[in-house]
Write a protein that binds this ligand. Structure first.
Ligand code: DQA
Length: 149
């Protein structure tokens, strides 16, 4: 059965490529989405991608995902550190959600060390640049026993 994955990007990630490249690298959001699609090309997976700078729109995407997705890879950006509403939405999806960060949030400002979301996610992957997303996709594939070595 085809598995659906939502790759969801939060605030300011539309600026990837030009936003603090020393922290977030030079890949654009389009590059990352394309790399994710390539990564999944040989698997029976439907990938949908979305980005929003608005908390409510991200919540809407998570709600919609209940109807078609089997897992979510989510970089919530700064909402990671602030949003009880996104935490509740993640719980409401009843889907495995993997929290992803490009930078190592644990090695930066103290406020970035706290995630209100990670505790209700399957896990958190942070610090591997754009490769963090591919690791998260592999985590879902492995969970579904689909990952090939
Ligand atoms: C980020 C880390 C967050 O703390 C920050 O607010 C972001 C990007 C990351 O991918 O490293 O916007 O989620």
């Amino acid at each position: 059965m085809t598995k659906g994955i939502l790759l969801l990007h939060g605030p300011n990630l539309n600026l990837l490529g030009t936003r603090q490249p020393e922290v977030y690298g030079r890949m654009t959001l389009e590059d990352i989405n394309a790399a994710a699609a390539r990564h999944l090309a040989s698997y029976d997976v439907e990938l949908r991608t979305a980005q929003s700078n608005h908390e409510g729109a991200l919540i809407d995407r998570l709600h919609e995902a209940r109807a078609w997705a089997h897992g979510v890879v989510f970089n919530p950006g700064a909402y990671t550190h602030t949003s009880v509403a996104l935490r509740d939405a993640i719980v409401a999806t009843e889907l495995p959600v993997i929290e992803v960060h490009i930078s190592n949030v644990h090695g930066r400002e103290a406020f970035r060390r706290e995630s209100l979301l990670a505790g209700v996610c399957l896990g958190q992957i942070a610090g591997f640049g754009a490769f963090s997303y591919l690791l998260a996709l592999d985590a879902l594939l492995r969970r579904w026993d689909m990952l090939r070595d």
